[in-house]
Design a protein around this ligand. Structure first.
Ligand code: MG
Length: 383
């Protein structure tokens, strides 16, 4: 651990609650290193490169995809975890796996699939991420899925409805869904990844938003958090006011991210010191301890509201998401009507609707688009 001992409330891999199917240890790797390594080698992880974050994959090569987003989340979360003496390997594993269950076309795809599955148990991407690592990956002789540690699975199941939690607990009473019934928290490692996720998308959506031309630096100047770091960057480098503004944007984002990580570490450190948990399980019974300072939290909330109104709801983004929703809905309809159009392993499932949802959820943007064109004879993005 880089010579630094883990905090008493960290998830020490030597004291892991273990895997669903027990496996012999594999020194010198720790259990959480093995989790991380299995995720990196999974098929679902490789597909993230062609899955949308905000912009559809074909809209440009420089926009974030789920893969680059996940790497940025891992970087931010590891920085904070190291300073907080948490298990960095676990943080990295959770960060790299947190979006594995995302459908093609980002939230538009997820909403469409959820609507299609309304009468068949619904579709939740967090639950799907767990399903990918628990069941859908096909790699190992002895088990389905990746057989990850409890701590990794707990972090991956970030949200879960009560209904699904009850269903999961019926087959695994002390599993990762339990906390959604008894109201406890996940590990501090998992809590840190959640906040790193937020930091990452706020920052990269500014970048992608400006790059796409859908939001401008002038508009961002009305967002206090952004204006604060832009002004700091300009005070240190007055020449950044000239030119196209890209360097100024990056200097601003860089300063914002550094301050957010420092603030997260300091505020979390204070909260943990005040709560004084004796170990990781004791910490799980406390209210969430990972946090920003109140001032920064409010600034981040403003920025999120701005991105929601100006970028995620931008008419151009809404137009492509409407097309994407149609692709997913029409694919669903086509496969349910003709399961023979799916590969053999998806055809034979007892629950046809779930099998179709799993198949579609696993698709990349471009594969979904090609399949849609093949089955309907139309290019949904042509209009
Ligand atoms: Mg994410």
């Amino acid at each position: 651990m880089n010579g630094i001992a883990l905090a008493p409330w960290a998830c020490d891999p030597a004291r892991s609650r273990g895997r669903r199917i027990p496996e012999a240890a594999a020194p010198p790797r720790t259990e959480h290193q093995r989790d991380r390594d299995r995720i990196v080698h999974s098929t679902a992880f490789r597909r993230l490169v062609y899955k949308t974050q905000v912009f559809i994959n074909h809209e440009g090569d420089l926009f974030r995809t789920r893969l680059t987003h996940s790497l940025e989340v891992a970087q931010l979360a590891r920085s904070a975890a190291r300073a907080l003496r948490l298990d960095e390997d676990l943080v990295e594993a959770i960060a790299l796996a947190h979006d594995l269950g995302h459908t093609p076309f980002g939230h538009a795809g997820q909403d469409a699939l959820h609507a299609c599955m309304q009468d068949h148990g619904g579709f939740e991407h967090n639950l799907q991420s767990l399903r990918v690592v628990d069941a859908l990956e096909v790699r190992y002789a002895d088990f389905d899925g990746l057989n990850l540690s409890f701590e990794a699975r707990e972090g991956i199941l970030k949200h879960c409805s009560r209904r699904h939690a009850e269903k999961l607990c019926a087959s695994e009473p002390d599993g990762p869904a339990r906390r959604f019934i008894d109201g406890s928290q996940p590990s501090l490692e998992a809590q840190i990844v959640n906040l790193a996720d937020e930091m990452a998308y706020n920052a990269h959506d500014i970048d992608d938003g400006v790059r796409s031309g859908l939001v401008t630096m002038a508009q961002l100047g009305d967002v206090p958090l952004f204006a604060r770091f832009r002004d700091e960057a300009l005070a240190a480098h007055p020449l950044l006011a000239q030119g196209g503004g890209r360097r100024l944007m990056y200097e601003t984002i860089r300063r914002m991210l550094s301050t957010e990580v420092e603030d997260l570490v300091a505020a979390t450190d204070r909260a943990v010191a005040a709560a004084a948990p004796v170990d990781a399980d004791d910490l799980r019974r406390r209210p969430a301890l990972a946090r920003f300072s109140p001032a920064l939290r409010d600034g981040i909330a403003d920025l999120k509201r701005f991105l929601f109104a100006e970028l995620y709801r931008h008419p151009q983004v809404m137009h492509t998401t409407a097309q994407a929703r149609r692709i997913v809905a029409e694919l669903f309809e086509a496969y349910v009507a003709q399961p023979g159009q799916m590969p053999a392993e998806h055809r034979t499932a007892v629950d046809r609707h779930r099998a179709v949802a799993d198949y579609i959820a696993g698709m990349t943007d471009r594969f979904a688009q090609r399949e849609h064109a093949r089955l309907t004879g139309r290019d949904a993005f042509a209009a």
